[in-house]
Design a protein around this ligand. Structure first.
Ligand code: GUN
Ligand code: ZN
Length: 646
């Protein structure tokens, strides 16, 4: 029902199957009011290529005329739309007008009966002002209604939307999401966020989304209820939201507000349209202003929709380029509260890190302090602080990194030659990312990052030295520094490099396994490591774009032999194993278990139920996704081991 095609961290491009066609996500569901069709569903489909829209079943139910027609001819005929239609239940009306005079089962039955593709239960809207005991009760009621709905309609054909409530309490959000996810639903909106959106409480919003996603685990589409401003799409998609409903395009239009990715401007204040959408391209600003009210509203609504769809396209392109984080940081400059919301990403970095690859093809562009708090950066810093151990006994030499010359080892060739392996010293770089062992200098994003200036941070170096109890420190000050050193033979920079990168990339112990013996390095013309041979066997190749290794057959065999299950492994079913051994990809639904520290993009060992090695693959998913999704790619097989080899 929901197949992920591309991903960038928690963001995904996917295909969601409904009774009325496949919906590509991320996507927008324009809100259609059955009584007031500012832009008709047919136009939405023809002109805007809308694949899905949302309407309110409670509004239809309340009107005898609409209700009869819907029951007679079906929802799609009523609205004149052949794509997918989601219906809401009246919860929002309850939020605005108070208690409704309708039974939860009554309105759900109605939605299913009129042929809605995604029917929503009557959830209890949790207000940001509700205290935790009120929220708890509403969560309990929402979950009870969800259980009942899934009992009756869990087998289809309509998807049942089970909204996550929980107010602004992350623990209640997580609990609600967790309880709802146990029902194995196929569509999860995050509800109760409209007041946060209306008041620009983006910091709280981020916390709410992340807590909900944490509780949900890997699931089908997640819909952010009521988020209709394109300004929010990059951030919400980054957090793993897939669908947005938009009534704002029409509501804003009625008061003359034009949406832009960086905010909103009223038509009365606009002298230059500055928009290339089809609607604006056909009009001068004067012509737009001179239209009669209805026509002006219509045109502005069209503009708002074009801009919204266009922003979704930008977000999707960013996911394809794995640069969504950069887009979010740039867009966050649109409003100080959006900027503040990035801080909530930082405090939740561990939840997000699970979905982040260790490297990517695109360099890290610094857009401000928050760049240094991204999970991809944070993971490396925390590893260096907590798990890296200096390779040799001896003093630590500190170099000052230069932004204009990376990787650092290239301008330090002379220094490295003089020091290693003649002296037993550890080499540490001061960099904008904090202190980095020199042998890690080609690993993403150390070499693959662009900073506007030298931002070497003395304070973080000192903190690191203190924390790791490094007291024997020498700041490099030209080759004279050698005179203050004792000559005790150490190990070569290259050996350190293979060892430490393996420890970081694979797991603790991998460095020893993959360097224990006669190590031979093949380098390219520029002196970069290309291939690594151990005792004459090709075990690793270094990827030029992220400084990490791709695992060769002999390397995989060594890791498999020396590191116990479950390390580095994805165990697949017997059936899948024989298939993967032929070099075919690993699919979700055939995974027995996946090691919890696997990240998308990691090199993994595919094993059968007896722990025999059948293939080397690159993970596409996080371990939780591999274990929980039923369809889609889990890992891309690079090499299958025929039975003779394994
Ligand atoms: N529309 C906006 N917010 C909500 C919500 O929390 N639940 C439902 N069902 N509809 C909404
Ligand atoms: Zn426009």
């Amino acid at each position: 029902m929901f197949e992920i095609k591309h991903r960038d961290g928690m963001a995904r491009i996917a295909e969601f199957t409904t009774p009325h066609g496949v919906v590509d996500t991320p996507n927008i569901m324009p809100v259609v009011n059955p009584n007031v069709k500012l832009i008709t569903p047919r136009e939405l489909q023809k002109k805007f290529k809308s694949e899905v829209l949302i309407t309110n079943s409670y509004v239809i139910y309340q009107s005898q005329h609409l209700k009869d027609r819907a029951l007679e001819r079906g929802l799609h005929s009523l609205l004149d739309f052949t794509g997918a239609i989601m219906t809401d239940s009246g919860t929002f009306q309850a939020h605005v007008y108070g208690e409704l005079d309708i039974e939860p089962t009554e309105i759900l039955d109605f939605q299913v009966n009129i042929g809605s593709d995604i029917s929503t239960i009557l959830d209890m809207f949790t207000e940001p002002t509700d205290n935790s005991s009120v929220v708890k009760k509403k969560v309990d009621t929402t979950v009870a209604r969800a259980v009942d709905a899934m009992d009756r309609y869990g087998d289809g054909p309509s998807h049942i939307a089970l909204p996550i409530q929980g107010g602004i309490y992350p623990d209640l959000r997580e609990e609600c999401a967790e309880r709802l996810s146990r029902l194995k639903g196929s569509f999860y909106p995050i509800g109760g966020v409209v007041p946060l959106l209306e008041n620009y409480r983006f910091f709280d919003l981020v916390n709410v989304i992340i807590a909900s996603k944490r509780g949900l685990g890997p699931t089908g589409p997640v819909h952010l209820f009521g988020a209709g401003h394109p300004m929010l799409y990059p951030l919400a998609v980054l957090l793993g939201c897939d669908l947005f409903d938009s009534s704002s395009y029409a509501k804003y239009a009625r008061r003359g507000d034009m949406m832009y990715p960086d905010g909103t401007r009223n038509i009365d204040d606009i002298e230059h349209l500055a928009c290339l959408c089809p609607t604006c391209s056909d009009l001068t600003v004067e012509e737009l202003k001179d239209l009669d009210t209805d026509e002006k509203t219509r045109k502005i609504a069209e503009h708002n929709l074009w801009v919204s769809y266009n922003e979704i396209e930008k977000v999707k392109q960013a996911v394809r380029e794995e640069s969504l984080w950069e887009l979010v940081e740039r867009r966050a400059r649109a409003h100080p509260y959006l900027l503040k919301s990035l801080k909530a990403l930082t405090s939740n970095w561990k939840t997000m890190e699970i979905y982040q690859p260790k490297g990517r093809k695109k360099a890290l562009f610094y857009t401000g302090k928050s760049t240094l708090e991204r999970p991809m950066v944070k993971r490396l810093k925390v590893w260096i602080r907590d798990s890296y151990s200096p390779t040799v006994c001896g003093p630590t030499i500190i170099f000052n990194g230069r932004e204009d010359k990376k990787p650092y080892n290239r301008y330090l060739t002379r220094e490295i030659k003089a020091l290693s392996p003649e002296y037993s010293v550890n080499l540490l770089m001061q960099t904008p990312l904090g202190p980095i062992p020199l042998e890690m200098d080609e690993v993403y994003p150390v070499a693959q990052s662009i900073f506007p200036e030298d931002l070497n941070d003395e304070a973080s170096l000192q903190k690191y030295l203190d924390r790791c109890d490094i007291t024997d420190v020498i700041y490099w000050d030209g080759l004279e520094t050698l005179e203050s050193l004792d000559k005790v033979t150490g190990i070569s920079y290259e050996l350190m490099k293979v060892y430490s990168v393996c420890e970081y990339q694979f797991c603790r112990g991998a460095g020893e396994v993959l360097t224990n013996g006669e190590l031979e390095l093949v380098k390219n013309r520029r002196g970069r490591i290309k291939n690594v041979f151990l005792n004459g066997k090709h075990i690793l190749s270094m990827r030029h774009y992220d400084g990490l290794f791709s695992l060769k057959e002999e390397g995989a065999i060594l890791l498999h032999k020396h590191l116990q299950a479950p390390l580095l492994r994805v165990q697949v079913t017997e059936d899948s194993a024989s298939y993967n051994a032929e070099g075919k990809n690993v699919f979700n639904g055939f995974v027995n278990y996946a090691w919890e520290h696997i990240r998308p993009g990691d090199e993994v060992l595919i094993v059968d139920p007896n722990d025999s090695l059948v293939a080397i693959a690159r993970a596409f998913n996080s371990p939780y996704e591999m274990e929980n999704y039923h369809v889609g790619l889990a890992a891309r097989t690079r090499t299958g081991f025929s039975s003779s080899q394994s």
